[in-house]
Design a protein. Structure first.
Length: 119
């Protein structure tokens, strides 16, 4: 049974930082693409970051335009954990953040973790 569990959300002031984690079971993140998405009230779900293993080693990493340069996605293969380091947070970054991982062409989602950015 595949399960993704996010944690690390909370309330932070503008300019602050948060680190989100997603622990996977029943699948291995390095075997296929894994992504962070977010969804704010009244808005569509937005891709935040994507990470996938490269054949020659290393990873393919991509970011949404709104977070590039501020957020960093990483993967701990030993712990099968996906991390999103978020710096220089802005009020518009407030949303529910979800991790997604793919196994055998099926996408699995976590339950989400809430991030609030406010002074």
């Amino acid at each position: 049974q595949v399960q993704l569990v996010e944690s690390g959300g909370g309330l932070v002031q503008p300019g602050g930082s948060l680190s989100l984690s997603c622990v996977g079971s029943g699948l291995t993140f390095r075997d296929d693409v894994a992504r962070w998405y977010r969804q704010a009230p009244g808005k569509e779900r937005e891709l935040v970051a994507s990470i996938a293993s490269a054949a020659g080693g290393g990873n393919f990493i991509n970011y949404g335009d709104s977070v590039r340069g501020r957020f960093t996605v990483s993967r701990d293969d030993a712990r099968n954990t996906l991390t999103l380091q978020m710096n220089s947070l802005r009020p518009e970054d407030a949303a529910v953040y979800y991790c997604m991982a793919r196994l055998l062409n099926t996408d699995y989602w976590g339950q989400g973790t809430q991030v609030a950015v406010s002074s």
